[in-house]
Design a protein around this ligand. Structure first.
Ligand SMILES: Nc1ncnc2c1ncn2[C@@H]1O[C@H](COP(=O)(O)OS(=O)(=O)O)[C@@H](OP(=O)(O)O)[C@H]1O
Ligand SMILES: [Mg+2]
Ligand SMILES: [Mg+2]
Ligand SMILES: [Mg+2]
Length: 322
């Protein structure tokens, strides 16, 4: 079954990524009736329109229609062409004016395939600013990441984070438990801090983040998990710092950060690039960041920025390996 495919950039895409993009865009399109509808989403239909993709397209169509029928809220059935055009509602370029939904239908596809962390990440941009964010994390413990490997903890699995600009951030279960307000930790001494980073070494420079942590005096080993679940876990104080330093030449996409960033800032945290600049979501599908992305609480940010800049300078001065 060709349920997993490889995209032009060699990253994986699955029937679940496409199916999620169809369902979220379909429902948003039906529910958001005021104004014109614009969505910036990760996936597009190009590969699915090839003859070789007939089987996977059929499978996505069946899965989406089964899901719609099981849920029962909408009395619709999609054809294959309907599936392709629903995926392509995510083709907007975004930008500084108007409203744009931003969707990563499965963030952390590699984590999803490994049975690790992944997130369905949705945000709303209004005049270039993120005003709303939702992060669904089906494999994340509801209360704390410290319960990740403990089936005896009694913690439920699945957490839904949400944030609205100026109104704070919340978490609830995927079944809809009463939302609880969340806030970032209050740690002000890096010795007591732990940090999150990508699971995949190909997605972030683990050597650089190790040297940043050492300069800061962080004692705990890195907590490596996939996807924007890192932002959710940081926002409720499971850890104090998130470091993300992609390898040279990688361009960050807005759907990998928009929802997570507002969940963290509304929980009282700060998200910037390695120079301390706020992330600018108004530039289209990509983020124009200097070197990397860091997130922490307000107390730790000044010393974190200092360590980041020192570590980057040292790395740039080190002789390159032969
Ligand atoms: N080379 C490279 N460098 C940096 N980032 C990359 C790279 N390739 C992919 N991506 C993007 O990383 C997204 C998931 O990364 P995460 O750090 O959240 O998770 S992971 O632990 O690395 O899997 C992942 O999101 P999804 O494609 O939605 O899974 C990608 O957008
Ligand atoms: Mg992807
Ligand atoms: Mg992603
Ligand atoms: Mg994705």
């Amino acid at each position: 079954m060709p349920d997993i495919q490889s995209k032009a950039d060699k990253s994986p895409v699955t029937v679940a990524d496409y199916g999620s993009q169809v369902l979220v865009s379909l429902v948003l399109n039906m529910e958001v009736t005021s104004g014109s509808f614009s969505m910036v989403a990760e996936e597009d239909s190009e590969d699915l329109r090839k003859d070789s993709a007939e089987e996977i397209l059929e499978h996505i169509t069946d899965l989406v229609n089964e899901t719609l029928a099981e849920d029962g809220s909408y009395n619709i059935t999609l054809s294959k062409e309907g599936i392709l055009s629903a995926i392509d509602t995510g083709k907007s370029e975004g930008g500084p004016s108007g409203r744009h939904w931003v969707l990563d239908p499965i963030d952390g596809t590699k984590g999803f395939l490994r049975g690790g962390q992944y997130a369905i990440a949705l945000a709303l941009l209004d005049e270039g600013k993120v005003v709303l964010g939702v992060l669904g994390c089906p494999n994340l413990p509801l209360t704390s990441i410290s319960n990740l490997n403990g089936s005896s903890s009694g913690d439920q699995t699945g957490a839904l984070f949400s944030a609205t600009i100026g109104c704070g951030a919340e978490v609830e279960s995927l079944e809809g438990s009463p939302p609880q307000k969340i806030s970032v930790c209050t740690i002000d001494n890096p010795v007591n801090a732990s940090f999150f980073e990508s699971y995949e070494g190909a997605h972030t420079m683990h050597d650089l983040t190790g040297s940043i942590a050492e300069k800061l005096g962080v004692q705990a080993p890195p907590v490596r998990i996939d996807s924007q679940a890192k932002y959710g876990a940081l926002a409720r104080g499971d850890g104090a710092i998130y470091l993300r330093f992609p390898h040279k030449g990688y361009k960050e996409k807005i759907w990998d950060h928009a929802a997570g960033a507002i969940v963290v800032t509304e929980a009282g945290g700060v998200v910037t690039d390695a120079s301390g600049n706020d992330l600018d979501f108004s530039k289209g599908r990509f983020l124009d960041v200097d070197t990397g992305i860091i997130a922490t609480n307000k107390q730790l940010m000044p010393s974190l920025l200092k360590s980041v800049q020192e570590a980057i300078k040292e790395k740039s001065q080190a002789p390159s390996p032969l």
